[in-house]
Design a protein around this ligand. Structure first.
Ligand SMILES: Cc1cc2nc3c(=O)[nH]c(=O)nc-3n(C[C@H](O)[C@H](O)[C@H](O)COP(=O)(O)O)c2cc1C
Length: 456
């Protein structure tokens, strides 16, 4: 296996994991361990002093708040002054972005489901709260790891002289790291691709939940800040720095983008929507019913305020009310028609796994393809481009999943697609744009599984 430590995203990942999927081991089909897979992750639960978290609220903007509290919250939302000092805000942010939300009791199934999808529920992603050292900059003074299983924080790192407090203060960062070995046990050298996708989705989740709570976030792509934030607590070659967001205190760094200038899209009763999100049954075979037109309107609003703007979303619409079937592309908030007509033949050519159609495209409502400017990113950032563009597209992919859930639909991230065929049939810019996500949306049939909500 390639050593994930020194170069977690070698340039040949593009050909091995995105274009050809050659790095997926044959053993995946049987569920057996990948040949040469790393040892099982010994650090299943984080070490360190435990801090209880407040029970997560059932609503992200609690209706039971008194008038006075509501006014204060409205003011905070306008000024961006909500901070993590409020224990219920911190608990809600962690739980609804990375927490354990559903327990599936189906024998032989995957029992635990987090707020963000994960290939075969391997959950390689970790979310940690980094409190910068008093000296300033991004070096950590204390790092608190979120433990979704117990809804707790574990203190995993602190500077000499004691740990700075969790919430109070100015700059706080939520840092996403990934333990590739968890996914590599099944997926071998394909794991970095899946881990990068999931890290992006988790970033999108934190951004969305923070917005629902009235918190400002500034997600960053740069490697220097990320590595500084991860200094001293991410075991080399075991846990890979993936992404970060600065939370609260909007004036702190002065960085801002056009995307951040607008308030992010948040669904009404966001907590209920996030609790309902799921990826559907083992084989994605939805009911062939039309999705409401509002699905596309919400997709436009959500993608227009995604954490990063540098992606495009091609939608192949099969059955959506008041919308002719065909190929559309999202630019800004607008859905532009590229070509009318039944998209199923195109979907069945793109959406293939080893020569077979990956899911039932004949009954989906629509399928989204997220594309990024790969060649430009590689020219600018070399091997780190892989991480960066997966963060960009992953954050948008999670929004698509949440928009589907808001309309009672299921969204399935599915890597069974042929990237070169997608480029050709979607008429992407040759040798520049690459599809990183295929997300099918439909009305899930009642499944054999039975998922219970997890309550802390
Ligand atoms: C990056 C990524 C890739 C995935 N690829 C596939 C895939 O190729 N085929 C598939 O059936 N499901 C795929 N999934 C769906 C996961 O198996 C699903 O999210 C997981 O079972 C968790 O279910 P939940 O989202 O309902 O909690 C993928 C999910 C992610 C996040």
């Amino acid at each position: 296996m390639t050593a994930p430590t020194r170069d977690p995203f070698p340039l040949d990942l593009w050909s091995e994991a995105v274009y050809s999927r050659r790095s997926i081991p044959a053993t995946l089909a049987t569920g057996a361990s990948a040949p040469g897979a790393p040892e099982p992750d010994p650090a299943v639960l984080p070490d360190g002093r435990r801090l209880p978290l407040a029970p997560p609220p059932l609503r992200l903007q609690p209706a039971h708040q008194g008038q006075h509290q509501r006014q204060r919250q409205d003011q905070r939302q306008q000024t961006g002054n909500v901070d993590l000092a409020d224990p219920s805000v911190l608990a809600a942010l962690l739980h609804y972005s990375c927490g354990l939300l559903q327990h599936d009791l189906t024998p032989g199934g995957w029992p635990l489901h987090r707020a963000v999808a994960s290939a075969r529920c391997r959950y390689p992603s970790e979310l940690s709260l980094v409190v910068p050292a008093a000296a300033g900059g991004h070096r950590p003074g204390a790092v608190y790891r979120f433990d979704p299983l117990h809804h707790q924080l574990a203190l995993v790192h602190h500077e000499m002289g004691g740990a700075p407090a969790v919430g109070a203060g100015t700059a706080r960062f939520l840092v996403i790291t990934s333990r590739f070995a968890r996914t590599a046990q099944l997926y071998g050298d394909y794991a970095p691709r899946l881990c990068a996708q999931e890290a992006g989705m988790l970033l999108g989740a934190v951004h969305l939940v923070a917005a629902a709570l009235g918190l400002r976030t500034r997600p960053g792509l740069d490697r220097e800040t990320l590595l500084e934030l991860c200094a001293g607590w991410t075991p080399d070659g075991v846990e890979h720095p993936m992404g970060y967001l600065e939370v609260g205190n909007a004036q702190a760094s002065g960085r801002s983008t056009a995307v951040e200038a607008r308030l992010p899209w948040v669904p009404p009763d966001a907590a209920a929507v996030l609790r309902a999100r799921h990826s559907g049954a083992a084989i994605f075979d939805p009911e062939p019913v039309a999705a409401p037109r509002a699905l596309l309107d919400d997709l436009g609003a959500a993608l227009a305020t995604a954490p990063f703007a540098d992606f495009s979303c091609h939608l192949l619409v099969r059955q959506v009310a008041d919308t002719p079937p065909g190929h559309y592309v999202h630019t800004g908030e607008r859905l532009q028609s590229v070509r009318d007509g039944d998209p199923v033949p195109m979907l069945e050519q793109i959406g293939q796994t080893e020569g077979r159609v990956s899911l039932n495209f004949r009954s989906v409502a629509c399928t989204a393809y997220l594309a990024v400017r790969r060649a430009t990113a590689v020219a600018r950032f070399g091997a780190d481009a892989f991480r960066q563009v997966h963060l960009v597209a992953g954050a948008a992919a999670h929004l698509i999943c949440v928009v589907a859930a808001r309309h009672g639909l299921t969204a399935r991230v599915h890597n069974g697609y042929d990237a070169a065929t997608a480029e050709r049939l979607l008429a992407l810019t040759q040798d520049e744009e690459t599809v990183l996500f295929q997300v099918a949306i439909g009305a899930a049939k009642p499944a054999a599984g039975f998922r219970l909500p997890v309550v802390f």
